[in-house]
Design a protein. Structure first.
Length: 217
């Protein structure tokens, strides 16, 4: 498998990547769910957070600005979005460590462990076995007493949310990988990865389906 085929590009198709930030802002009520995720993460001074699948760095930027005494690291396999993330961080004068690649044991041994590991809008678009692998890696990368905070498409509770999810996310990212999320599998997988006290903190309806905020320790 070549590197290009190993991950789903932003918005599902490479040529749509430049539109990613605009699409997320317009269609997902980004300001609401992203700030809800930041509140859930609630970094303390000197804590170190890892953003898995950091994309163009929007979440990492918020965290670095709101918690300047904490360390922020981002990892993503897509060099295109990372170029945008680094440029964005440079423009705003924030210090974020961006790394190209997948979350792996080697990366965690070099850069971890972390107090908090977060991820947003990543797990819904990867195969079931990859969802499991990512959550196991997250568990491995946390310090004792660490926590995971996730924002992603979760259980689509209403006919309207299911309809919107099918018409948008599943049109771009496909049905096979996204359907388990729509059926509510994420809390189950988080528990199976070894986390306890899994809480769905908030559910935010959007034009692309509902986005859930999860917290677990």
């Amino acid at each position: 498998m070549n590197k290009e085929a190993a991950f789903t590009p932003a918005l599902g198709l490479r040529f749509l990547t430049p539109l990613y930030d605009l699409a997320i802002a317009l269609l997902t009520r980004e300001s609401i769910w992203r700030f809800a995720l930041v509140r859930t993460i609630s970094l303390r001074p000197d804590e170190h957070v890892l953003d898995v699948g950091c994309g163009t760095g929007s979440l990492a930027m918020l965290l670095a600005k709101q918690f300047p005494d904490s360390g922020v690291t981002g990892i993503d396999p897509d060099p295109d979005v990372l170029r945008r993330a680094r440029a964005k961080a440079n423009r705003h004068g924030v210090n974020i460590g961006f790394h190209e690649g997948f979350l792996s044991k080697e990366f965690l041994e070099r850069h971890g462990p972390f107090d908090v590991i977060t991820s947003s809008l990543v797990l819904h678009q990867v195969p079931l076995e990859k969802k499991i692998e990512i959550l196991l890696m997250i568990r491995m990368g946390l310090k004792t007493g660490g926590r995971v905070c996730i924002a992603d498409y979760g259980f689509q509770r209403t006919p309207m949310m299911r309809f919107l999810f099918r018409r948008t996310v599943q049109t771009l990212d496909g049905v096979t990988d996204t359907q388990p999320n729509a059926e509510g599998i994420l809390p189950i997988l988080i528990r199976r990865a070894g986390f306890s006290d899994v809480v769905e903190v908030e559910v935010i309806p959007t034009l692309t389906g509902s986005i859930s905020i999860y917290h677990a320790g």
